[in-house]
Write a protein that binds this ligand. Structure first.
Ligand SMILES: Cc1cc2nc3c(=O)[nH]c(=O)nc-3n(C[C@H](O)[C@H](O)[C@H](O)COP(=O)(O)OP(=O)(O)OC[C@H]3O[C@@H](n4cnc5c(N)ncnc54)[C@H](O)[C@@H]3O)c2cc1C
Length: 497
């Protein structure tokens, strides 16, 4: 074991930040503004940005899921613009749903949808909607019942069921109704139609977040790599290829963190504060001394859905105009397709080619996750052809990136488990602050992940902010309202009307 050097004996906080994703880097960035040095440790040997990294293959760049930059938090917006003073583009958005060989505009536009559905499906949609209004399911405990009661069975089966089941890998009858309520709140078929039909062009109620978003010229990784560069310039250490082994504490105080490098060497970093964006359960399990048995049992209860991207390089300049397409078709495994050139033209080094990210929702170690990369690249070509988006002969090359723990699962036990861990941490070890997405086991996008980190950094500086109060769910909405940006997180939620 090597000993890292203690940086202060004068009461200056010694802060070790766990994870170099948006949350970890933001914590460090905020402290750097106040002149407090940090050490960031990241288990990946090369990738900066966590789930918000940009991967690269022979010069073609792609995200782990397309990452839009949008927020209603001014401080977060300011940080993005401080980090990327140039190269932060405003991009137009087009996304559609593929269903039964047709492309429906997303968010759904009733006229477009009715035209594409045809008479028979339209009659069934209206009939089943009327039926649901007159005879709603009395029991509303699962996702299927909740959505069908509001939209009718037909719309549910067209635009909710398949995609949701692909994302979560379980039947909608096993997903809780509260999950649906949380993700699709404040929306009914009636209001969706009214908004789509009666909102005027240019109306502040249907503005920029729907039609455009910000995006770094070379993908989200550019934001976080630039942030890393700023931190290093300001004298911070960003240690790559260091996995957290142990978080040491004594008498309610943090004393240090041990990390293991890729060659198995263990290094001890003294610390008075830890800001941690590593998965909540893992952080608790890595404590020395260990927390009580009920806390450890809670740590073992958290589950995740994992994710893989098959990134294909294809011949062809302009395959389709969308940024991304939701695939609501049960005939193929893939759930969503990103066309990265439409996010930013600089994501491809050769304009005569296209780079697509085919997204598969999986469980680590099982099914497609365990397939060899060449098989997955082949599958990607076959499925693209099946959807009529490209010929598999046009696929020139491809690669696969697997991302574990992409989605924290909200099942029947997660909330109680999180509450147990949070209460114990708050009462017993306040200088270990859990931030970010998996750090809090929350569906945070970058902005809320960053906000938890800003709070944690300010707490190190003496403020008393509750990092767990940053609430993402309360702000998920479908449109902007009177110039007040509201959020759409359809990156993960089922497509909704
Ligand atoms: C498919 C998909 C699409 C998305 N789209 C958007 C979008 O459009 N807009 C948006 O704003 N957000 C989007 N998000 C959410 C966004 O990716 C996350 O909010 C953000 O990356 C979370 O940041 P974080 O730092 O909390 O966690 P992460 O990005 O997960 O970073 C955590 C870091 O900790 C490291 N780590 C983990 N364990 C250890 C360990 N033991 N030791 C050391 N390091 C460790 C990891 O390697 C990682 O680098 C999307 C997410 C997904 C899955």
């Amino acid at each position: 074991m090597t000993q890292g050097s203690s940086r202060s004996g004068d009461g200056t906080p010694e802060v070790v930040v766990l994870g170099a994703g948006p949350a970890g880097l933001t914590a460090s960035y905020e402290l750097s503004r106040q002149g407090v040095r940090t050490t960031v440790v990241e288990k990946s040997p090369h990738a900066i940005g966590g789930i918000s990294q940009t991967a690269s293959y022979k010069g073609f760049k792609f995200d782990i899921g397309g990452h839009r930059f949008f927020t209603k938090i001014p401080e977060v917006n300011q940080i993005w613009h401080e980090i990327l003073t140039t190269d932060f583009l405003k991009r137009p958005r087009l996304s559609r749903i593929y269903y039964k060989n047709k492309f429906f505009h997303y968010p759904l536009k009733p006229v477009d949808a009715l035209r594409k559905m045809g008479v028979s499906d339209t009659m069934q949609v209206l009939g089943s909607y009327a039926w649901a209004k007159m005879f709603p399911s009395k029991e509303e405990v699962n996702f299927e019942q909740w959505v069908s009661n509001r939209f009718g069975k037909k719309l549910y089966s067209m635009f909710f069921k398949t995609y949701t089941e692909k994302v979560w890998g379980m039947p909608c009858t096993e997903l809780g109704a509260d999950w649906a309520a949380q993700r699709i709140k404040n929306l009914s078929l009636g209001t969706a139609i009214k908004k789509a039909l009666f909102s005027k062009k240019g109306d502040a109620t249907v503005t920029t977040l729907i039609d455009e978003f910000e995006y770094p010229r070379f993908g989200p990784g550019q934001m976080w790599e630039t942030c890393r560069d700023i931190l290093v310039e300001r004298g911070h250490d960003v240690l790559m290829g260091r996995a957290v082994e142990t978080i040491h504490h004594r008498d309610g105080k943090i004393t240090g963190v041990s990390v293991k490098d890729v060659d198995g060497r263990v290094e001890h970093l003294p610390a008075t504060h830890v800001i941690s964006s590593i998965p909540l359960g893992e952080a608790l399990r890595r404590l020395d001394p260990k927390p009580p048995a009920d806390v450890l049992a809670a740590a073992d209860k958290l589950r995740y859905r994992d994710f893989l991207t098959v990134s294909l390089v294809l011949t062809g300049e302009d395959l389709f105009p969308d940024n991304w397409i939701y695939v609501h078709s049960p005939d193929v495994h893939l759930g969503r397709i990103q066309n990265f050139k439409n996010w930013s033209p600089d994501m491809v080094p050769d304009r005569s080619k296209t780079c697509l990210g085919l997204e598969y929702f999986v469980f680590e170690g099982q099914g497609l996750w365990a397939e060899p990369d060449d098989k997955l690249v082949e599958l990607g070509g076959v499925e693209l052809e099946q959807l009529g988006l490209a010929s598999r002969r046009d696929v020139e090359d491809g690669t696969v990136v697997r991302m574990e723990k992409a989605y924290p699962v909200y099942d029947g036990v997660f909330q109680a488990a999180v509450d147990t861990m949070r209460s114990w941490l708050t009462a017993n070890l306040p200088d270990l602050q859990q931030v970010g997405r998996n750090g809090q086991h929350r569906y945070n996008n970058q902005d809320h992940s960053m906000l938890t980190a800003l709070y944690a950094a300010r707490n190190v500086l003496g403020e008393n902010l509750d990092v767990w109060q940053v609430n993402t769910e309360s702000e998920y909405h479908e449109t902007m309202d009177r110039g007040q940006p509201r959020r759409v997180d359809e990156t993960k939620q089922p497509a909704t009307v």
